[in-house]
Design a protein around this ligand. Sequence first.
Ligand SMILES: *[C@@H]1O[C@H](CO)[C@@H](O)[C@H](O)[C@H]1NC(C)=O
Ligand SMILES: *[C@@H]1O[C@H](CO)[C@@H](O)[C@H](O)[C@H]1NC(C)=O
Ligand SMILES: *[C@@H]1O[C@H](CO)[C@@H](O)[C@H](O)[C@H]1NC(C)=O
Ligand SMILES: *[C@@H]1O[C@H](CO)[C@@H](O)[C@H](O)[C@H]1NC(C)=O
Ligand SMILES: *[C@@H]1O[C@H](CO)[C@@H](O)[C@H](O)[C@H]1NC(C)=O
Ligand SMILES: *[C@@H]1O[C@H](CO)[C@@H](O)[C@H](O)[C@H]1NC(C)=O
Ligand SMILES: *[C@@H]1O[C@H](CO)[C@@H](O)[C@H](O)[C@H]1NC(C)=O
Ligand SMILES: *[C@@H]1O[C@H](CO)[C@@H](O)[C@H](O)[C@H]1NC(C)=O
Ligand SMILES: *[C@@H]1O[C@H](CO)[C@@H](O)[C@H](O)[C@H]1NC(C)=O
Ligand SMILES: *[C@@H]1O[C@H](CO)[C@@H](O)[C@H](O)[C@H]1NC(C)=O
Length: 422
Amino acid sequence: MHKHAAFFCLLLGSFPPKSTALSNLMDSLDVKSMLTSLVSELRFPEVSSLTKRSRKLDTMSNGSTVLWVIQDSYEGQTFFDTFDFYTGVDPTNFLDQQSAFNQSLAYVNSDNKVIMQGDNTTWLPSGVNRSSVRISSQAEYNTGLFVLDLDMAPWGCGVWPAFWQAFYWYRFCLICSSFNRTLGNGVWPWNGEIDIIEGVHDNEHNQVTWHTAPGCNLTATSNFTGTIVQTNGVDNLQCNAFIDSNAGCGVTEWSRASYGPYFDSQGGGVFAMKWDADGIAVWSFYRAAIPQDIVQGEPNPSNWGQPVASLSPLACNITQSFANHSIVFVDVLITVDITFCGDWAGNSYATSGCPGTCPDRLMDPSNFVNASWIINSLKVYKQATLSGGDSNDAPSSMGPSLRMIGLLLCVATALHVMNMAF
Ligand SMILES: *[C@@H]1O[C@H](CO)[C@@H](O)[C@H](O)[C@H]1NC(C)=O
Ligand SMILES: *[C@@H]1O[C@H](CO)[C@@H](O)[C@H](O)[C@H]1NC(C)=O
Ligand SMILES: *[C@@H]1O[C@H](CO)[C@@H](O)[C@H](O)[C@H]1NC(C)=O
Ligand SMILES: *[C@@H]1O[C@H](CO)[C@@H](O)[C@H](O)[C@H]1NC(C)=O
Ligand SMILES: *[C@@H]1O[C@H](CO)[C@@H](O)[C@H](O)[C@H]1NC(C)=O
Ligand SMILES: *[C@@H]1O[C@H](CO)[C@@H](O)[C@H](O)[C@H]1NC(C)=O
Ligand SMILES: *[C@@H]1O[C@H](CO)[C@@H](O)[C@H](O)[C@H]1NC(C)=O
Ligand SMILES: *[C@@H]1O[C@H](CO)[C@@H](O)[C@H](O)[C@H]1NC(C)=O
Ligand SMILES: *[C@@H]1O[C@H](CO)[C@@H](O)[C@H](O)[C@H]1NC(C)=O
Ligand SMILES: *[C@@H]1O[C@H](CO)[C@@H](O)[C@H](O)[C@H]1NC(C)=O
């Protein structure tokens, strides 16, 4: 709009009025519609700029309006530059960056899609763990809107992927309780863990889970569409990682397109997590249902309807429970270690409907052809609070009064020229 206006004025300045060149140019530029929009902005400047903005304004529970503006964009050829490859002791064989690149278990393809996968080509002798990849962002976050667009999330018998934000993957620590490893500068679970995408075997429903220090509970009456995960038939509302074998508090999505074969067969989609003073909410959209504001890079969660899962601040001090989170992707392929085959993925193996035994499963690479992340982009937006209807972070090249004068001059000149030309 402003570009049009400037362009238009420039044209008026450089062409003599009444020339056929100008008429043709004006026709081809659709001068009338440009003028109409100029005049409407002139007549209702506040309304028109508010309407334009309100597409992006998110309303918080306290009535404040905020704008989500881009903070970090992870995508394409530079994706891996700002992630660290995890190589610590863990119940699977995570590769360092060079080996992962060399073995093509992590790469960016010619379509700029980011691929991370378990080894799906090597036949392994019995008792050898299958190579895989786990990465975490160098950047740490305390609140934000995280939007992950992916074509595929890993799944399959013996596969246990996760996309989460934390310091530590505690389930492993339960087995290897002598370890006290940290990622970033916090000690699990005191800075919390948010599992945004998680499943095991060929699940069809994604599970969102929070693991925290004692004192953070899920509010059952919060507004979300998923189902609270139960322990022994009772809603497990305590996110406290020290109880119930670190089950955390979890919510299973209702849509079967949120994980596994149906998610992938729909061309994937978008997972979004909003973390702010109003709590932590997660939405998922299969590709055909991605809201236009996300596509346009102007996300507005208040347009997205109820989240699939949400942790309300009513029974959880969000700022106290979650801090300094890095972003983690992992693609765990069950390892032959008997204790790990005895953990979640392993425990459930016998009843999962998956064929064979847990250790046997690991030997044949064709079992892992769907164990891949294919990521289009991961975007992190930060909150810009609007005071008095404007924001420091809101895009605005000229002050309103200056813009008005410019528009007035443009339109006056334009109307004058129009009168002469037609
Ligand atoms: C609402 O909450 C936001 C985020 O905590 C804060 O910045 C803002 O000042 C609050 N607004 C009011 C009216 O309290
Ligand atoms: C496979 O992984 C498990 C769990 O980390 C580990 O205990 C075991 O030593 C590994 N096996 C091999 C052969 O590296
Ligand atoms: C890459 O892999 C090949 C064979 O798999 C090996 O010879 C080579 O040393 C590796 N290079 C690096 C940098 O790891
Ligand atoms: C892990 O670190 C925490 C905090 O420093 C400490 O309280 C705890 O005892 C440690 N656990 C182990 C097993 O070392
Ligand atoms: C978060 O990180 C900052 C910077 O490293 C540090 O000063 C702060 O203590 C950390 N906060 C928590 C709760 O760990
Ligand atoms: C759920 O939504 C209703 C209606 O919008 C609201 O009154 C209620 O406070 C919300 N509940 C929670 C826990 O946020
Ligand atoms: C969380 O739930 C437990 C068990 O019902 C309760 O004892 C505790 O007070 C609750 N904490 C909060 C912050 O609601
Ligand atoms: C949450 O915890 C922080 C840090 O401990 C504290 O400053 C704040 O007052 C707490 N908020 C509520 C609502 O209790
Ligand atoms: C991989 O996905 C395809 C398509 O959904 C499916 O037919 C196939 O059985 C899957 N393979 C494995 C090993 O899960
Ligand atoms: C291994 O995974 C990659 C990435 O998803 C895929 O392109 C390739 O076809 C798979 N390999 C086999 C043998 O299926």
